[in-house]
Design a protein. Structure first.
Length: 390
């Protein structure tokens, strides 16, 4: 335990599972301190992490504690202030996705990490999901030739419960769900295609949950009840402010010429995402993502009519940690990176690029679907992070 990375955590709410995953006494890392002003969260953290967990009165106190690294798991709009403070203090810092809710705040975080030479890591755990890694491996191995198009349909079955009953529903805290919820998938699209979005157009609206009039400052006891809360218009206890879209989509032209699309719906009966990647010599598609029975199918054996099986089926072996084993992979990579440095599968610049695409798509969506150019990160920052933050 003497050699464990000592981690301080800010926020023990929706993403507390990452803090629990990082608490591995004797196996490389342990959570030693927490900042969360909520008394219930403090009690839960001590019950799950340990009664010796130190509680910080504020974030500055957490940074002055005897910690090697910091994990920021707080609501999205708070990320920039906390991340900048942690990086200025020289702490290796994990920021849960999305990195921030504006492009300017993302760039500020990147510049701060660069200027203070503090290690920055972003919690894009989907880069560690077995289904995504399988698709990327197949693409890298040439199973479908050169990628020319990527499509993603995101069915957010519990959207009304998870995103319309708390701070997520207020665009001041998220910019919008095309960014907040879509940041993962935009990042995966970029990773599979090998490029960032250069031009984007968005479309969508608040089509269902804007009709729900039952609003509340406090969540009802049965706030998450698949039986009671179906169909979607039967939802109750929505956040007093609901001004984010529940149906949205974006068309992207990537810098390398790949075309992509992303569609997100928060009132579907099922909850998963489906990727289709089309190359010059075939296509692949996932069925299921991180649950039991997920599979990636490949069609690359020549032309035919409807064929539900394809030429190759790759079963996905899910891990035991959250998101099909992705959380374990994410935390293991962060702990190694915080302690030793070196290359990582996640990328702060890629995290910023997913936000930039989501921000400009949201602006387009709210401005008559006008096309938007998506500016790249500053060259010196791109070079610094591409070199592994040396």
């Amino acid at each position: 335990m003497r050699n464990d990375l000592r981690i301080g955590v800010a926020g023990y709410g929706l993403r507390r599972s990452l803090a629990r995953e990082a608490h591995r006494p004797g196996n490389g890392s342990r959570v030693v301190a927490l900042y969360d002003p909520d008394l219930a969260a403090q009690r839960q953290a001590r019950a799950e992490i340990g009664s010796d967990l130190r509680l910080a009165a504020d974030f500055d106190t957490l940074l002055r504690d005897d910690v090697d690294a910091v994990m920021i798991l707080t609501p999205d709009h708070t990320h920039v202030e906390l991340a900048v403070a942690a990086l200025k203090a020289g702490r290796a810092t994990l920021v849960e996705k999305p990195l921030a809710i504006t492009v300017e705040d993302c760039d500020l975080i990147l510049r701060t990490a660069h200027e203070h030479r503090a290690r920055l890591y972003v919690g894009h755990n989907m880069r560690h999901m077995p289904v995504v890694r399988t698709m990327r491996r197949l693409i890298t191995d040439g199973a479908i030739g050169e990628v020319r198009a990527v499509w993603c349909r995101h069915f957010v079955g519990h959207g009304g419960d998870y995103y319309f009953k708390d701070w997520h529903a207020d665009r001041r805290n998220t910019t919008g769900l095309l960014l907040q919820k879509g940041a993962h998938d935009i990042d995966v699209i970029h990773w599979l295609a090998g490029s960032r979005t250069a031009l984007v157009t968005g479309m969508g609206g608040l089509t269902v949950y804007g009709q729900v009039t039952d609003r509340s400052e406090e969540l009802p006891e049965d706030w998450f009840s698949p039986e009671t809360n179906w169909p979607p218009l039967a939802q109750r206890g929505l956040n007093p402010v609901v001004d984010v879209e529940d149906l949205s989509m974006m068309q992207m032209r990537l810098e390398n010429g790949v075309y992509a699309s992303y569609e997100q719906c928060h009132f579907t009966p099922d909850y998963w995402r489906n990727y289709t990647v089309i190359g010059t010599a075939g296509r692949l598609e996932n069925f299921g993502d991180h649950g039991e029975g997920a599979v990636v199918r490949v069609w690359n054996g020549g032309r035919r009519g409807y064929d539900p099986e394809g030429d190759l089926q790759v079963p996905i072996a899910a891990g035991v940690s959250g998101h099909g084993g992705a959380d374990e992979g994410l935390i293991s990579e962060f702990v190694r990176f915080a302690a030793e440095g070196g290359p990582t599968d996640t990328s702060p610049v890629a995290a910023r690029d997913s936000i930039a695409a989501g921000v400009h798509a949201t602006e387009s969506l709210r401005d008559g679907s006008t096309p938007r150019q998506v500016p790249p990160v500053a060259p010196e920052l791109a070079a610094y992070f591409a070199a592994g933050q040396v």
